[in-house]
Ligand binder design. Structure first.
Ligand code: HEM
Ligand code: HEM
Length: 123
């Protein structure tokens, strides 16, 4: 499970860094929050979860770990697309961004509950 998280995390790292490079080259920073969250929710949070599940395999083997993985990776791309649409001057996308942010949070709650309940010392 840990490796699965790490492997998908580096995909977000590549996409997020490419967007950062594009922003720098064009000097257009409208999508900076998309860049920040692709890297922080995509790369940093998923890589950390992967390392946590490697350190605590009992937590990595649970349905909560699977639920987190799928919610996180199904919602994050949609969340980032909706946020990009919103930031590009479409305030109508606001409610969609809000709903996706709540769904994103639901995935993070799975991670949090899993760590609190299922991570065991000496795992
Ligand atoms: C090749 C790699 C990267 C490039 C070229 C890049 C480029 C940029 C640029 C051009 C900005 C906008 C700066 C501004 O608004 O003045 C920015 C902001 C930011 N970057 Fe990156 N970045 C890279 C990697 C990363 C990584 C790995 C992370 C986090 C893990 C990250 C997190 C952020 C954050 C949090 C912001 C602030 C966004 C904001 O102020 O709204 N970046 N980056
Ligand atoms: C459900 C998850 C999350 C939601 C809904 C969320 C939402 C937001 C919002 C509304 C902002 C203000 C953006 C603006 O200035 O226009 C923000 C900024 C920021 N968030 Fe998050 N966030 C989430 C997760 C995270 C995580 C997990 C991290 C770090 C690991 C993070 C790091 C940051 C940073 C560094 C900024 C400031 C950079 C920026 O303005 O773009 N966020 N976030």
């Amino acid at each position: 499970m840990g490796l699965r998280f790490l492997r998908i995390a580096v995909v977000y790292l590549m996409v997020g860094a490419a967007l950062g490079l594009y922003m720098g080259m064009t000097q257009k920073f409208t999508l900076a929050p998309v860049h920040a969250h692709l890297l922080l929710l995509g790369w940093a949070s998923l890589a950390l979860a992967g390392i946590v599940y490697h350190l605590y395999p009992a937590a990595g083997a649970t349905r909560l770990a699977k639920a987190h993985f799928w919610i996180h990776n199904l919602v994050l791309p949609l969340f980032m697309i909706a946020l990009a649409v919103f930031l590009s001057g479409n305030p109508g996308a606001g409610p969609v961004v809000g709903l996706l942010a709540i769904a994103m949070l639901a995935g993070l709650v799975c991670l949090a509950v899993n760590v609190l309940v299922n991570a065991r010392a000496a795992g």
